[in-house]
Design a protein around this ligand. Sequence first.
Ligand SMILES: NC(=O)c1ccc[n+]([C@@H]2O[C@H](COP(=O)([O-])OP(=O)(O)OC[C@H]3O[C@@H](n4cnc5c(N)ncnc54)[C@H](O)[C@@H]3O)[C@@H](O)[C@H]2O)c1
Length: 372
Amino acid sequence: MRIGCPKEIKPQEFRVGLTPNAAREAVTHGHSVVMEQGAGTGAGFTDEDYIAAGAEIAGTAADLFATAEMIVKVKEPQAVERKMLREGQILFTYLHLAPDPEQTHDLMASGATCIAYETVTDDRGGLPLLAPMSEVAGRLAPQVGAWTLQKANGGRGVLMGGVPGVGPARVVVIGGGVVGTHAAKIAAGMGADVTVLDRSLPRLRYLDDVFGGQFKTSYASAGNTIELAREADLIIGAVLIPGAAAPKLISRAQLSELKQGAALVDVAIDQGGCFETSKATTHQDPVYDVDGIMHYCVANMPGAVARTSTIALGNATMPFMLALADKGWRQACEDDPHLLNGLNVHAGKLTYYAVGKALGIDVLSPALALKE
Ligand SMILES: NC(=O)c1ccc[n+]([C@@H]2O[C@H](COP(=O)([O-])OP(=O)(O)OC[C@H]3O[C@@H](n4cnc5c(N)ncnc54)[C@H](O)[C@@H]3O)[C@@H](O)[C@H]2O)c1
């Protein structure tokens, strides 16, 4: 199969769909890989790295879209890219169609077969192509929180690990899923005093069993949440209710109960945020102040560490990318129901129920799409 990987054109996106290692694996499997010139630059990969891996370099995205049988990307295709997709072509990338009717209609009109990273599943009920970005955002959260706590950045002037004779920062992580667990591990590793709140008792049991010595757990009742928040230097928001907007767990009125200069890092901002006063910010201007409480609410945190994120995403997508290339999408999806769960659009039809429900579009069952 001829696999094409264009340069990302969404503003502030520095990741790339294929690493040189992924390109090399595809070539080893007998496929040809074509990269757009400079596609890997933002993640620290040169065209020469890809050439050494056996890939070709295309001068323009148009050249690449015209000949590739499968397009592998990171972000949803932008309008100009959607115009270049065609019938029979496979698109493998993040799509997030539910809030995006324009993109959905364009992808249906293209006739392409579109497989979304975010809806591919695994045996444990997880989302294996979303998890790496949650791991990155979770591990980044204490790092940006520590920076925000510094005096020059508006924070309380508290050091995460303290020093001998001076206690550490108190960190509260709300939501103990993928983001929250990684955030708590790193914050504890920095020497902070960490408590993780969650509403799921099985999750709290797991965290206590595995990390009991490193951080504490607490049930996320409203009372426990505000009690811990009052004492906190840094609060990390990491909740998720799948398919719903994040619940607001600290209200504007409650900000007056927090310590002046405390930092709120709202990782759940991509689902609307879990603090009432959260609004999305960018890496250029990440932090703002409400009533003396510093808010960090960057919606695409993994973009700050584009190289790590690209490699982490590539490790997760590679087996699926190779299956699609080796077997063709139909056989690959027939053999792997988890990959079939990624099928969102095929030959003009929507094939993902939750998107159909959100946008009021009729859905063709993915199982029937396999037979079309
Ligand atoms: N800002 C970014 O760049 C970025 C990057 C990756 C993920 N995220 C977001 O981070 C959030 C967390 O993602 P995840 O992968 O860790 O999800 P996850 O499903 O692994 O974990 C979410 C946890 O929240 C808990 N929860 C739900 N409601 C709660 C409540 N009211 N109080 C306390 N806990 C509650 C759940 O029990 C679960 O353990 C999501 O909104 C995700 O979209 C943001």
